[in-house]
Design a protein around this ligand. Structure first.
Ligand code: UD1
Ligand code: CA
Length: 452
């Protein structure tokens, strides 16, 4: 048993070839968060641990996301896509600094946990020079097969290079590897590209370690934790696994999910106590839900904070920048964006509230629209506490409706309304007694009414 402390982590996050997308593979989201972000969150964060992320050429967006999530990380560019070992060696400078352990992971396995990363390093303490994370695949197609002889890992054979006996192996390479830092660079530099694909395979490190007379070993984990994402179909499978996990965690924390399999959560959704979520709700990133809140069916919520005892939907669409004070209520067919809606305010039907602040206890009638956009700029609407906005009003921003003010239904409001004032914008109502009856009689003399 040796003491090993220092650690370098290399994360290969260059391009995959089969996503058929202009978005870099590792920026595709699972549960509202990029694949890369999931792996970075699980990767060791110990003090002194060095993290190097290898990105593909023209992938500034991946480098930016890396520094946003882990400001301590170094990024290296792999100019050509020549294989996983070639990708890892793009971070040669980081590896050459020589930590006790080198941990290598891929940016396309978002379901991996921090416990597994920690477990992978253990055999290095007991004399292994290299440890591979393995799993039993239901369908091993596409994965590297782990060839085990006499209880030791002898080689990893990639799909393209495997013979029939090797293809039948279901123990597969998850793509995560720990190598003794003292030999890591030497081993990686011996890898060549003499294989069917002409790529530098990281997996060849196993054979090289064995040739040096050292031991390679395997630790196993569940397939669901290490699904690698090469295609859109695999992206969808990972999403399904992640959603199941998130729903179970929410229910374990006391959230009532009615028909959980129809509720879509994000990796960062937070819940208070006694929250209820009805069937068919989609929650995107950046949502926090307060104690006792109820989210009714068919609501769609992104970057929103819901206060205690709020009620949303059915059919509410809460867009980024929405925040609801305690007891506020958003009803059906209401859309909000950049809207602060204070405690007890109600926006119950068929309304758009954008770039607005609604004071506590205000009541916004059905069909109210904040006209926030003039085709060039967005403007703000301020509605005072306790104000009453009658149905089908248009509030042409920038505009302020005073505290306790009253807006007559159907008004188009273009000037500020003082506190406690009534504003009504309407033509005089004209009522002509008997007109409709006379109209019908005149028409009936020439034509029968259409059957409906
Ligand atoms: C790799 C493994 C395979 C394993 C599987 C697990 C090799 C040769 N094969 O295959 O044994 O079962 O992962 O998911 O290692 N990358 C780069 N630059 C490159 C090539 C890849 O940055 O030149 C990155 C990719 O973005 C990806 C990761 O490395 O995140 C893995 O590459 P990928 O092409 O997906 O390897 P697989 O064919 O899945
Ligand atoms: Ca892969």
């Amino acid at each position: 048993m040796t003491t090993r402390t220092s650690l370098t982590i290399v994360l290969a996050a260059g391009e995959g070839t089969r996503m058929r997308s202009s978005l870099p593979k590792v920026l595709h989201p699972v549960a509202g968060r990029p694949l890369l972000a999931h792996v970075l969150a699980a990767a060791p964060h110990g003090e002194g641990d060095k993290l190097a992320v290898v990105v593909g050429p023209d992938h500034q967006a991946v480098a930016d996301e890396t520094s946003r999530l882990r400001p301590d990380a170094e990024t290296y560019v792999q100019a050509e896509r020549l294989g996983t070992a070639h990708a890892v060696l793009a971070a040669k400078d980081a590896i050459a600094r020589g930590a006790d352990d080198l941990l290598i992971a891929f940016g396309d396995t978002p379901l991996i946990s921090s416990e597994t990363f920690a477990r992978l390093r253990e055999p290095l303490r007991n004399g292994s020079a290299l440890v591979v994370l393995g799993f039993r695949a239901v369908d091993p197609t596409g994965y590297g097969r782990l060839v085990v002889e006499a209880g030791q890992l002898a080689a990893i054979r990639e799909q393209a290079d495997a013979g029939p006996a090797e293809l039948a192996i279901t123990l597969c390479n998850a793509g995560v590897m720990a190598i003794d830092g003292r030999i890591a660079l030497e081993v990686l530099e011996q890898i060549d590209n003499a294989n069917k694909k002409g790529e530098y395979y990281l997996t060849d490190a196993v054979g090289i370690v064995r040739k040096l007379g050292l031991t390679a070993s395997v630790i196993e984990t569940d397939e669901d934790e290490v699904r690698g994402i090469n295609t859109k179909a695999q992206l969808a499978e990972a999403e399904a696994v992640m959603q199941t996990r998130l729903r179970q965690a929410a229910m374990a924390a006391g959230v009532t999910l009615i028909s959980p399999e129809t509720i879509h959560l994000a990796a960062d959704t937070t819940f208070g106590k006694d929250v209820t979520i009805e069937p068919f709700v989609v929650i995107g990133p950046g949502v926090s839900i307060g104690d006792g809140a109820v989210v009714h069916s068919f609501s769609h919520i992104v970057e929103t904070s819901l206060g205690k005892k709020t009620s949303i939907g059915p059919y509410a669409r809460l867009r980024p920048g929405t925040s609801l004070g305690d007891g506020a209520k958003i009803g059906n067919f209401v859309e909000t964006k950049a809207a602060q809606i204070d405690a007890g305010a109600k926006v119950n039907h068929l309304t758009y509230i954008g770039d607005a602040h609604i004071g506590a206890g205000a009541n916004i009638g059905a069909g109210t629209i904040t006209c926030n956009y003039d085709g060039y700029n967005k403007h703000r609407t301020e509605i005072g506490a306790g104000a009453f906005v009658g149905s089908n009003s248009s509030l042409v921003a920038p505009i302020t409706i005073g505290v306790g003010a009253y807006i007559g239904s159907g008004s188009v409001i273009t000037r500020n309304v003082p506190d406690d004032a009534l504003a009504v914008e309407r033509n005089d109502l004209s009522v002509r007694e008997g007109w409709a009856k006379r109209f019908r009689e005149a028409k009936a003399r020439v034509k029968k009414p259409k059957e409906s």
